[in-house]
Design a protein around this ligand. Structure first.
Ligand SMILES: [Fe+2]
Ligand SMILES: [Fe+2]
Length: 186
């Protein structure tokens, strides 16, 4: 497996872990929650989505998806839809980031709006990556040879994941520890 493909694949696994963490904290806005949400964790998770998946993962997929589209695969319609969802996901990240920034600044945001927006965001992300895993990622194994990967490599600059990559956790240290603790509880 080419290193770009591997990184994208690992990103999905990491994103799922991050979405589990976000789900746990978002649920604290539900009326029957036993504790208050950890706003610092939510904001850090959204900062991460902003800096890595939205800036590297989706744009890199767009480059790869365009090459798959050139090959006239039967999944073309789905691939177009996934490209559209990348735009939607980035917009949604911005929207809920803004809502939670408002909360952090003591502005009143109805719990329904927070819950609705955040849950929509999480579902959109989960469904999106499941479709990619099931229908699109396997195409890369079949349709790209070493030469094509070389061409892709010249278009995509590999970037380190600032949360999950061992050497670069400083900025997201608290969030990373939160994710590990949460996984240990289950
Ligand atoms: Fe994607
Ligand atoms: Fe993806």
């Amino acid at each position: 497996m080419h290193k770009i493909q591997r990184q994208l694949h690992v990103d999905h696994h990491h994103l799922q872990r991050l979405l589990n963490c976000l789900t746990t904290e978002i649920d604290c806005y539900d009326f029957d929650s036993k504790r208050a949400a950890d706003l610092a964790v939510i904001l850090s998770a959204l900062d991460y989505v902003d800096t890595y998946p939205d800036k590297w993962h989706h744009p890199s997929e767009d480059i790869i998806f365009d090459r798959l589209l050139e090959k006239d695969v039967k999944e073309s319609k789905l691939i177009e839809q996934l490209k559209q969802e990348h735009k939607e996901i980035i917009l949604e990240t911005g929207k809920i980031h803004q809502l939670f920034d408002m909360v952090a600044n003591d502005c009143i945001v109805p719990a329904d709006e927070l819950l609705g927006g955040a849950r929509h965001f999480i579902t959109l992300q989960r469904k999106h990556l499941e479709k990619e895993n099931e229908f699109v990622y396997p195409l890369m194994d079949v349709l790209f040879d070493a030469e094509e990967w070389k061409a892709i490599e010249s278009e995509i600059k590999i970037q380190d994941d600032p949360l999950f990559k061992k050497q670069s956790k400083k900025e997201f240290e608290h969030l990373y520890q939160y994710i590990l603790d949460l996984e240990n509880e289950h």
